[in-house]
Design a protein around this ligand. Structure first.
Ligand SMILES: [Zn+2]
Length: 130
C-alpha cells in the first residue's frame, strides 16, 4: 500500500484528515484546493434553489389561465365555460393567498413567542421574582 497515502489536510479541530488522498494528489476530494471552487458552487446552488424557488402552483395557474384565455378568444371554449373556469381559478388563488397569510401569521407568532421568552429570561436574570 505504498501508492496511496492519507490526505495531508488538517481539519478545523486540529486533527489530520482520515480520508485517503486522491491518486497522484496529496489531498482527498474534500480538501483538494483545486476543487474548492467547484465545492462552493455546488453548496450554494443547492441551498439557494431549495429556499428561493418560486411557487410552482402559481406558475401553473398562470399558464392555465393564459391557455383558457386564448381558447375563449379563439372560440374553442364558450364564454360561459370560460367564466366558470376563471371563477374556479379565482377561488383557488384566494385560497392560496389565505394560506400564505396564515403561514406568515404562524411564523410571526412563533417569533413573538420566542422574543417574549427571551424577554422573560432577561427579566429573570435582572431581578428576582416580583
Ligand atoms: Zn482530506
Amino acid at each position: 500500500m505504498s501508492g496511496t497515502c492519507r490526505c495531508k489536510a488538517i481539519k478545523s479541530g486540529g486533527e489530520r484528515c482520515n480520508a485517503r488522498a486522491q491518486k497522484g494528489l496529496e489531498w482527498c476530494w474534500n480538501h483538494d484546493p483545486g476543487r474548492a471552487e467547484e465545492r462552493r458552487a455546488n453548496a450554494s446552488a443547492g441551498g439557494r434553489t431549495r429556499s428561493r424557488r418560486p411557487p410552482d402552483e402559481l406558475e401553473g395557474i398562470k399558464s392555465q389561465l393564459r391557455t383558457i384565455n386564448a381558447a375563449v378568444l379563439q372560440g374553442s371554449i364558450d364564454r360561459g365555460t370560460g367564466a366558470v373556469l376563471f371563477q374556479g381559478f379565482n377561488t383557488m388563488l384566494r385560497t392560496i393567498e389565505v394560506q400564505r397569510k396564515l403561514d406568515h401569521q404562524a411564523h410571526l407568532e412563533e417569533q413573538v413567542a420566542e422574543l417574549a421568552a427571551r424577554l422573560e429570561g432577561l427579566k429573570g436574570r435582572g431581578r428576582g421574582a416580583a
